[in-house]
Design a protein around this ligand. Structure first.
Ligand code: ASP
Length: 360
């Protein structure tokens, strides 16, 4: 009995995701119909993630494997997005964000810049896995410059799950991207009815749908029913930087290593062995280095490797103190790595790179 209910639920969920309902087919044609020209243009750039994943059973929310569905399945699952915007979609890559590469985010940034330059486009939505969503979001905030909103969303539950969160997250993201009040707010993450700033957002829970947020800085706003509600007038994160990536073909190799009790120095040394140009070390507390680490920082410096002192602590600010290294300020270690990569595309000068970090 249980098996047949489960089989039905699986079929039902898959049918909703992959089989195009008649109504959705009609809606798909809506952007070309007269009258829709008044709706803002929103482009969805899809990169994969749990939002397009499937599990054998709707009660299995974690063990998704195999082929990810394409962006078409997302559009079919949420025909209501066409009530808010003239939507078109492109598949950039189709992978979990645990395997997104530096090349992928560089290409994505270039595509976002190209799409935002189109006069009919009011905003962009990027669908993305949540694991490294914050890295892509922060990268885009540094590599794009536009008044138009860039909104990143994803889901924690596979598309075939009971109470999958992907469809509503996509709807919310399109609403935010289409909303005139979203201009001049930079890159935002929209998940679970909340709007976060790319600069500060981080994944805070491995499984829960309420995972994206910023402990210290909080949220920018919320999606309240059918309304996008910002808590503040348009504002940008402090120390915002811009790196033009139009001529960049490859991002520099920057490693990230975390400190723990009894760490062997060899492991940290190995991180920069294969030609890394920089390394971020997530130290304990306020970026507290041991004497051995301090010696290694000096050694790296003498070889022209940029070292950034960060922290493995969940929140807070890392203040400058060990000479020869830069402190991350309020950037997390994973975001410091993104900034160091982009900084190295512009200069190798440690003084200049330190200036970028000093503003964070
Ligand atoms: N593994 C997934 C990813 O692509 C997790 C998610 O999307 O929530 O990051």
């Amino acid at each position: 009995m249980k098996t047949s209910i489960r089989a039905f639920l699986t079929w039902f969920a898959l049918a909703n995701l992959f089989v195009l309902p008649a109504a959705a087919q009609q809606v798909k044609g809506q952007p070309d119909q007269p009258g829709n020209a008044r709706k803002p243009g929103v482009v969805i750039l899809a990169t994969g993630g749990t939002i397009v994943s499937a599990t054998p059973s709707p009660t299995d929310m974690a063990n998704y494997t195999g082929q990810l569905a394409g962006v078409d399945s997302l559009l079919k699952a949420v025909p209501q997005i066409h009530n808010y915007a003239n939507v078109r979609a492109e598949q950039i890559v189709n992978v979990g964000s645990n395997v997104i590469t530096s090349e992928n985010i560089l290409n994505l940034a270039k595509r976002v810049n190209a799409v935002l330059a189109e006069p009919d486009v009011a905003g962009v939505v990027i669908t993305h896995g949540t694991d490294t969503m914050e890295e892509t979001a922060y990268f885009l905030s540094l590599a794009t410059r536009s008044s138009k909103p860039i909104v990143i969303t994803g889901s924690m539950r596979p598309a075939t799950s009971l109470s999958a969160d992907g469809p509503v997250n996509l709807l919310d993201a399109v609403m935010v991207a289409a909303d005139p009040g979203s201009r001049d707010r930079g890159v935002m993450v929209v998940m679970n009815d909340r709007i976060s700033a790319a600069r500060y957002v981080t994944k805070m829970n491995t499984l829960n749908v309420d995972t994206m947020g910023a402990l210290e800085q909080g949220y920018l706003g919320a999606i309240a029913g059918e309304r996008v509600l910002f808590y503040f007038e348009p504002a940008r994160a402090r120390g915002e930087l811009y790196f033009d990536v139009s001529a960049v073909t490859k991002l520099p190799h920057v490693e990230l290593v975390y400190r723990y009790q009894g760490q062997e120095m060899q492991l940290v040394r190995d991180a920069v062995k294969e030609g890394a140009q920089g390394v971020v070390i997530g130290f304990t507390g306020n970026g507290n280095a041991s004497p051995d680490h301090e010696a290694l920082i000096r050694e790296f410096g003498s070889k022209g490797v940029s070292v950034v002192r960060s922290s493995r602590v969940v929140s807070g600010i890392v203040t400058p103190k060990v000479s020869g290294s830069m402190a991350t300020g309020s950037l997390t270690a994973q975001k410091a790595r993104i900034l160091l990569m982009l900084a190295l595309t512009r200069t190798k000068d440690l003084g200049q790179i330190s200036e970028f970090f000093a503003q964070q």
